[in-house]
Design a protein around this ligand. Sequence first.
Ligand SMILES: Cc1ncc(COP(=O)(O)O)c(C=O)c1O
Length: 427
Amino acid sequence: MILETHNSNLYFDGCDTIELAKEYGTPLFVMSETAIVDKCQELKKDFLSQYENTRVAYAAKAFLTTALCKILEREGFCIDVVSGGELYTCISAGFPSEKIEFNGNNKSEEEISMAIDYQVGRIIVDNPADYQVIQRIAREKQKKARILFRITPEIKIDTHAHISTGQKDSKFGVPLNDSIFYPLIQAAIESEYIEFLGFHFHLGSQIFDNQPYINATIKTLDLIEEVRKRYNYTIQELNVGGGFGIRYTEGDSPKPYSYFLEPVMKLIYEFFDSRDLKRPSVVIEPGRSFIGESGITLYTIGNIKEIPDVRTYVSVDGGMTDNIRPALYDAVYEGAIANKMNLERHKNVTICGKCCESGDILIKNLCVPNVERGDILTVFNTGAYCFSMSSNYNKNRLPAVVLTKEGKARLIVKRQSYQDLIERELV
Ligand SMILES: Cc1ncc(COP(=O)(O)O)c(C=O)c1O
């Protein structure tokens, strides 16, 4: 049990959250190593040990620190990065470069050079221009880049538009128009500096239905068949992305990985087996579903403002600088007063941040007990896309991160100091 209550205080992974807030200050991200390792076990049980030649490339954009790289390495997972910064973090942590996969719709020449110099395991080519630069830099370095093409599968999903990526009108992926797609494939097959391994798709995020994955797989298998016919070339790898939904609120009903992956694997195996072809490697890239439920945020409550007959605003010492998701795409979170867990909740309030934006609202409606200045608010399931999207807006300092493990906690990211905020400034 990750969440428990003792003496009216919320405990997370065996740690008293009120003590954590006292010791490390707030806002504070608290990540549970116990929950992360449990998730690794779940992925091994549901996917990696079920099918040969499969990999999990954790999508680092959801949350990335050196300490997490060490856990992922120990568990034998791969990492999907999308920037020089994420790549650098992994390499500095000693993470094996061959287990790194590099995505991104606009990789710079510097980033591509880094990826080739470090000899990352895969570069996922996002569009024809991306391909040109990758192949040119590989040629200049006289190296061979191992690539997959990310395709736009033209599949719409039922999620917020800002986290939907697989539709035809998307900035991500190679368009499937014959005149764009096939010349690109042919060039990759013929290039001395490219090892063309296969295809990649990613449909979006916070998805609860397996049908879009099934549809995208069918579409990709059709492309694989057409590439076989045209070039007598069979791909060796298929990456079906991430996007698996998690529970933020009661209304969310997440499904096990097997619900998404069983039908996908069945389709892939049927296709390859029926043609007597070697089955490909299959890779998934979970981000949110891997890390989202392993983290909480702790805040200290400050000013409380009642507007009679309108609403009560309860302010916290963070906000959109440590969780931009409610402002960015109306994400909804649950929370609780961590030092008053046993008190009856009777009042609806709005939790707002301290940033100078009216949109800086963390939770529109939260039912709380009698709430006072100095109480500690916890927001649940903030492990994904909160710390990684944090900003210094209003020159607020980035929060600290602690990692818990069965009652023990250690600091893995220090809180920024005021000096850090001006460190790079020149007069
Ligand atoms: C290419 C790619 N793979 C994986 C992910 C991870 O998605 P999620 O966190 O929803 O699992 C993303 C998210 O944007 C992505 O763009």
